[in-house]
Write a protein that binds this ligand. Sequence first.
Ligand SMILES: [Zn+2]
Length: 505
Amino acid sequence: MAYLVLARKYRPQRFAEVVGQPHVVRTLQNALRQGRLAHALLFCGIRGVGKTTVARIVAKALNCEGNDPAEPCNRCLSCEEITAGRSLDVIEIDAASNRGIDEVRELRENLKFAPARGRAKIYIIDEAHMLTREAANALLKSLEEPPPHVYFILATTEPHRLPVTILSRCQRYDFRRIPPAVLVEHLQDIARREGVQIEEDALLIMAREAEGSLRDALSLLDQALAYGVRTREELLEAFGLAERELVEKLARAIINRDLAEVLALSEEAYRQGVDLVYLSESLTEFFRHLLAFKVSRKGPAEELSPAEIATLRALSMEVEPEEALLLFQHLLRGTEALKRSAYPHLSFELHLARLCEIGKLASLREILRKLEELYQKTPEGPPAAETVTREPSKPETDTSWEEFLAQARKEKPRFAALLASLSPPEREGEHLVLKVPRGTLLEDRDLQEELSGYFFTRTGKILEIRVEESPGQNLKERLLERPEVKEALAIFGGKVAWVKPRTEE
Ligand SMILES: [Zn+2]
């Protein structure tokens, strides 16, 4: 017996055998049972999810000589003829290859003839969006008033390309992508019927590769069986698929901005003959999942194995959400560029190197920590330039302002940095008043309190901090003058794009 591809060998012949479309099956069976099936049906969905298969089962059910109106018997002559593809009452038109108006004209001519054997005549029009406008118009006339014995089933992957006039005359059924878990179960069942034991992890990879299409999943299983593949490792090797481990290592190296490691891994993948576009796609997928874990704790759990979930959850702790999003976006773009590149190897490396550079997002906390570190390393504290421009300090406190600053440089370098460019506080009655310009970090109440508290413990005096407008200079210019801003710019190599004053609560 000639080898039959699995998709054909195991094509469902009854509603009960249809995989992953319970909502469609339920609605169709109800309509059939009540004898209220619409005469024009539209089946939408991606390739390989069972549109044509279900259309044939509907045709069989309509003409079956058995007792159940909602399930074909598959034993009567009508069922057998339809299964074998030689029924005169089921006419399949592939609109992709028969786009001409002639076929539709012929179809209209034939409509008036009664069915050859069964009760109904069923026209299955595959890839219906490919019909020419003339053919679609001709079809429309038949759809408007179909004879009672005629049914139309239009199948399409792109319903939006069908004219609204046709859409509005059809009862629409949306076929869904089949979830990986359902695909795995089905693949396992078929492998068992073929007398083959295949690792579940291997089946999961096939299911994920198929992206919800049963036909694609079965065609991968076909190839796996042909190669004698039984384990995940064998599958990855046979198909040249990127190792999950490699993807994880790469992702980790990117998150750590470890360019040397990233390039070493890329080289290894290239040497092993891994398909770089596929690797890049897997990496993109990885960051998409990572992002999902960043957003919700559960993440896309049903698509993944427990080991993958554990890795993703752990890695998601190490990235900020903005960073994960940025990396994901760049990967998406980089993968597209890679597909078009004449030098994929170089293009891939460049793409990875860029990933290590972008998105070095530092939080404000991180910036302050780095500044503090920097000042602790410099014995003199902040550069002396500011102290020169300052007026000679007035002896209004027992501990002079200069001494206080010197102490702060050792103990609280962050405060020292913030205070370095300010004039010393002035006495006002019982208080010392420190005037700070608007738009600096010292506008922050918590920070003010912390500073006053620290000042009090060091000097025994109360320091009042007053935020003032200083005329003549705009906020951005004033900020750019400030040493901590200059330092931050020097350390992080950025520039100040805009200044946003904090709004009062
Ligand atoms: Zn039958």
